[in-house]
Design a protein around this ligand. Structure first.
Ligand code: 1MF
Length: 188
């Protein structure tokens, strides 16, 4: 995975738990790299080991950390110069969701080592949709829940997301039921 992902993991841990905890997690994960380069490719294993070690040291299940990381990723990348990418990919939450695939096609054209997952939507109504997620990487469904929640925050939209079918349970790919409503503005 691109170093940008590992850098985001590192930043999240450093900002929430401090530098010492990060060093312990990095050590437990057996990661020798002291500074991740955003545009360099690292084996996926590095990211999985970091999440596993963080889970042990922080005493939180990996799925919880992945979910938190998904939410962090949307904020982090928007802040790290990918804000334009987000703005070009949609002006509303449901619009963005339906553009996730073209966003990855676009990023994949710029960065040839990207192994982007596929996202597509079915059963779209005014307030709900079914999100399909297919990835070459196992176990990252919880991260998608966080990513979608992060997008909800970005678009001031209340979002509920529930995993409906999962690869762990034998489905061909993960599916989520997403309901959403623009957040009511406070009158004043
Ligand atoms: O293969 C990869 O390295 C990879 C890295 C990040 C593939 C996908 C992603 C993004 N994706 C992470 C979960 C992957 C799960 C999986 O593989 O099954 C999050 C996708 C996403 C979902 C909802 C909303 C927003 C999302 O991401 C937006 C995004 C996607 C990619 C980038 C930035 C924002 C990106 C940009 C530059 C990259 C790598 C990824 O590489 C760099 C970095 C710095 C300099 C040059 C290239």
């Amino acid at each position: 995975m691109y170093g940008l992902v590992n850098r985001a993991i590192e930043n999240m841990i450093r900002s929430q738990h401090g530098d010492d905890t990060w060093e312990r997690i990095r050590g437990r994960a057996g990661v020798q790299v002291e500074m991740f380069v955003g545009m360099a490719s690292y084996p996926d294993d590095v990211s999985y080991r970091l999440v596993g070690a963080a889970s042990e040291i922080l005493g939180r299940p990996a799925h919880e950390l992945l979910e938190a990381f998904g939410e962090y990723w949307t904020l982090y990348t928007a802040e790290q110069g990918y804000g334009d990418l987000f703005r070009k990919s949609g002006t509303s939450f449901p619009g963005f969701m339906q553009n996730l695939h073209s966003l990855h096609t676009h990023v994949g054209r710029l960065f040839p080592n990207l192994q982007p997952p596929s996202f597509w939507c079915t059963e779209v109504t005014e307030h709900s949709l079914r999100l399909h997620y297919q990835s070459s990487r196992p176990g990252l469904g919880p991260m998608v829940i966080g990513l979608v929640r992060g997008l909800g925050r970005m678009f001031d939209t209340d979002v509920t997301i529930v995993a409906d079918q999962t690869r762990e349970q034998g489905a061909a790919h993960d599916q989520f039921l997403v309901t959403f409503a623009p957040r009511a503005r406070h009158a004043r």
